[in-house]
Design a protein around this ligand. Structure first.
Ligand SMILES: Nc1ncnc2c1ncn2[C@@H]1O[C@H](COP(=O)(O)OP(=O)(O)OP(=O)(O)O)[C@@H](O)[C@H]1O
Ligand SMILES: [Mg+2]
Length: 262
């Protein structure tokens, strides 16, 4: 197996029951290093629940999780971020009252050395503190540039249009320097121009070595950018493969794509 084909994230038989409902039914997926992997399926298929399991937002009823060949327990989301997995949310979760750049700075927090430069240094605003603060702002501005939001850095996050809030969530996730970026419906609410710039952003992140797992109902976008696609329906995996194979799979056409997509 070439290095490129080696999986960075392996989810083996993940399971989640909500009372009598099996939302994720022993579902296994892999995200290959440096690839874009899609997770698609109809409403209620269990896609977001799968993300919530991987990122420690909810406790699994079963399953094993591996990152970089190491078994990890997705106990809580902060710990999962430290392992190297960052995510965005289907229902945007920004710090609404904070500025755009402050939202990105929150994501960067555990990467800065402000803690090591000490509370005294920060209170006295010693040169060491100011230098790391300046570096933090520079880093966050370059992340905002990546998502074309640098001109809105000082704006209050809640005043951004929906599509731009989604881009800001991506910038905040990137601030943690993840090895796996999990995006839950990033194109929702985006206009065609934003959608195109999202496509370029994801392709450039892929080139820079970030492995991406993406849930998206914009099937055209998924087919364009994904190296591999998993299809879920009612908690079960019903298909997996190259976009070419998935789009013509009768089970997928029946459960999800229907006659609307050719
Ligand atoms: N916290 C919860 N408590 C109870 N049931 C839940 C909970 N979260 C999700 N579910 C149920 O689990 C199933 C899968 O939901 P999930 O949100 O994972 O679907 P999805 O594939 O992301 O759908 P969509 O495309 O609409 O976002 C649904 O039937 C949903 O109602
Ligand atoms: Mg969902």
């Amino acid at each position: 197996m070439s290095l490129k084909e080696s999986p960075i994230l392996v989810v083996d038989k993940a399971r989640k029951c909500f009372g009598g409902l099996v939302a994720v039914n022993d579902t296994s997926i892999k995200v290959n290093r440096g690839e874009i992997t899609g997770l698609i399926g109809p409403n209620g298929a269990g896609k977001t629940t799968m993300f919530n399991l991987i990122t420690g937002l909810i406790k699994p009823s079963g399953g094993t999780f591996f990152l970089n060949n190491q078994n990890y327990s997705p106990e809580n989301i902060e710990q999962v971020v430290c392992y190297g997995i960052a995510r965005t949310f289907q229902n945007i979760r920004l710090f609404n009252e904070m500025s755009v750049i402050q939202n990105v700075m929150v994501g960067r927090h555990h990467k800065t050395d402000n803690f090591s430069s000490g509370i005294i240094a920060s209170l006295l605003k010693l040169p060491s503190f100011l230098k790391s603060e300046e570096k933090l702002i520079q880093d966050c501005m370059s992340l905002l540039k990546k998502v074309n939001l640098e001109h809105k850095a000082q704006q209050v996050a809640s005043t951004l249009p929906y599509g731009e809030q989604r881009k800001l969530e991506i910038a905040r996730a990137l601030a943690t320097e993840p090895c796996v970026l999990a995006l839950d419906e990033p194109a929702a609410g985006m206009n065609p121009t934003e959608r195109n710039s999202l496509t370029s952003l994801l392709n450039s992140l892929k080139k820079s070595g970030v492995s991406i797992l993406i849930i998206e109902h914009d099937v055209k976008l998924v087919m364009e950018i994904c190296d591999k696609i998993y299809v879920m329906d009612q908690g079960n995996l019903i298909a997996e493969g190259h976009p070419r194979e998935v789009r013509t799979n009768p089970k997928v056409l029946d459960a999800y794509l229907g006659s609307n997509f050719k």
